[in-house]
Ligand binder design. Structure first.
Ligand SMILES: Nc1ncnc2c1ncn2[C@@H]1O[C@H](COP(=O)(O)OP(=O)(O)OP(=O)(O)O)[C@@H](O)[C@H]1O
Ligand SMILES: [Mg+2]
Length: 498
């Protein structure tokens, strides 16, 4: 075979109960190339890579690395053959330090008793982080890091191993533009060293920037492979969803209603330092900012998940006294958090239970839960959001990443709030589903809801928000109408300038 190839996966088939996740999929990877993997939520991308990583067992097919055939029974075996994977769902131990997470299971030791050499471990971790340009101390606890920082630690962990093939499953989903630029520098450096990279992302712009070839998957099959330089965005989207998408951002112009939310000089113990804003009914208010600007902390405080230390929150002119999220839900507030795996979804529960959990009290008519109504509701959302699942009784854990996120969205939309706070609503969600979610946001606005949308994706926020606030270091540093706003203006305010 072509000696340039460093990996050949042939006719890989994988079945889960009720799902043919992979149907005779081929993948070949050349030495020192970056191959992007593109496909809708549930197309089989993560499953294919988990098989390469030894995390799942294939039912059929073969894997060759550098001409040698492998059967990986465990992740350890794959790792020894030079395969390193950074998963979509971050895997870390929150109570350990950054350095411990980087060297988990292979900590440097010293002395005859094999004690952990803490100095060496911290020093080496620090070296990698400095090399990456990440300003995180190796002694920090993982639980104290932001999502983006946790992601960077995962990458540091991968970099500290010797590898031939690096697989990254949506590594940039939680990163902002500056962090993505940094990551790409690191990735290009690895490519130059002859490491081959498989890269999954739903952000098409990125694939054009970083990849050499793109492989497209749909419904567990390989649809095709194209040279990045010779393709277009339209072509990729069409291959991916099997149809053309006419309008990416379906903005409707609504006359906004009376004031829904008023926030006066809000402060909290962590990031928020005097935020005032108003949001009208039927309005989408965008909040843009860089990682660490305080947007998530603001959302948490509005949702009662973080206590305020000053200022006030009013809904329909009524001052709220929020002790916890339950109070917020009762006041008509819903929050779709950004780190959905830990904050939004109960992995061991079914799709149905996850969707109806926030509204279960409403369904119970004094005599236990109305099971039929519960199932109907769940079923409706599965159709409306096109959630790919064998049934509503499937456990959430077995859904693909993007489909898990749709379940969390459904749960909060079902709660029919007055105020919907969306933190990075389309992170990790494929192009087709994004449009569905945008459409839903518009529909909810028409019904009188107000939406606070936190997003790091400039095209999304510019296209959907009626008004945009920019946050930097816990304060509002700019406010623009949709007509005034441009990428440059938003970025300028976000970095704390004028
Ligand atoms: N552990 C599992 N048990 C049962 N079904 C699974 C499991 N893992 C994946 N599946 C199913 O296999 C299919 C492919 O899922 P996969 O996670 O590979 O999709 P994906 O392309 O990575 O999607 P996304 O973009 O949403 O991450 C889905 O239908 C999913 O529900
Ligand atoms: Mg996936």
């Amino acid at each position: 075979m072509d000696q340039e190839l460093c990996l050949e996966m042939k006719e890989i088939t994988k079945r889960f109960p009720g799902v043919l996740a992979l149907d005779r999929v081929d993948l070949d990877l050349r030495r020192g190339e970056i191959l992007a993997l593109l496909g809708e939520n549930g197309a089989g991308k993560s499953t294919l890579l988990k098989i390469l990583a030894g995390a799942y067992q294939k039912d059929e097919g073969s894997i060759c690395i550098d001409g040698k055939q492998y059967e990986f029974a465990t992740p350890k075996e794959a790792s020894e053959a030079g395969v390193t994977v950074i998963y979509q769902e971050l895997n870390y131990l929150p109570d350990l330090t950054v350095a411990e997470n980087i060297f988990l299971g292979r900590q440097p030791t010293k002395g005859p008793l094999g004690r952990i050499d803490w100095d060496k471990m911290n020093r080496e971790a620090s070296e990698i982080l400095v090399l990456m340009g990440v300003s995180v101390s190796p002694k920090t606890l993982m639980s104290n890091l932001s999502v983006a920082e946790k992601q960077l630690v995962e990458i540091a962990k991968a970099l500290s191993k010797n590898m031939k093939i690096l697989v990254m499953d949506e590594p940039t989903a939680a990163l902002n533009d500056a962090e993505v630029t940094k990551l790409f520098e690191i990735v290009r450096g690895m490519k130059e060293k002859g490491i081959s990279i498989i890269y999954i992302s739903h952000r098409l712009e990125e694939l054009f920037e970083i990849s050499d070839r793109v492989m497209i998957m749909r419904d567990g099959r390989r649809i095709g492979v194209v040279d990045t330089a010779a393709t277009t965005k339209d072509e990729l989207v069409t291959m991916m969803v099997g149809r053309q998408i006419d309008e990416m951002f379906p903005k409707k112009y609504l006359e906004s209603g009376e004031t829904l939310l008023e926030v006066r000089n809000l402060t909290n113990r962590t990031k928020v330092k005097g935020v005032s804003l108003t949001l009208k009914k039927k309005e989408i208010l965008g909040i843009f900012g860089l990682m660490g600007a305080g947007r998530t902390s603001l959302a948490d405080t509005l949702f009662g998940a973080e206590p305020l230390t000053g200022g006030e929150i009013l809904i329909e002119g009524k001052k709220l006294n929020l002790h916890n999220s339950r109070d917020a839900i009762e006041a008509g507030i819903a929050l779709v958090p950004s780190e959905r795996k830990t904050a939004g979804l109960i992995l061991g529960m079914s799709v149905k239970e996850n969707i109806t959990i926030a509204t279960i009290s409403e369904l119970g008519k004094g005599m236990g839960i109305n099971l039929r109504a519960e199932a109907d509701k769940a079923q409706r959302w599965v159709i409306e959001l096109n959630i790919k699942t064998p049934s509503i009784h499937t456990v959430a854990e077995s859904l693909s990443g993007g489909n898990q996120q749709k379940v969390v969205l459904a749960k909060w939309l079902e709660a029919k709030p007055k105020l919907l706070i969306l933190n990075e609503p389309t992170r990790g969600i494929d192009v087709g589903a994004k449009v569905e979610i945008y459409n839903l946001m518009e529909t909810f606005c028409e019904q009188g809801l107000g939406i606070l949308m936190i997003s790091s994706e400039l095209p999304e926020i510019l296209a959907l928000a009626d008004r945009i606030l920019v946050m930097s270091e816990g304060r509002i540093t700019g406010e623009f109408t949709r007509e005034e706003a441009t990428q440059e203006k938003l970025m300028k305010c976000a970095v704390g300038g004028m």
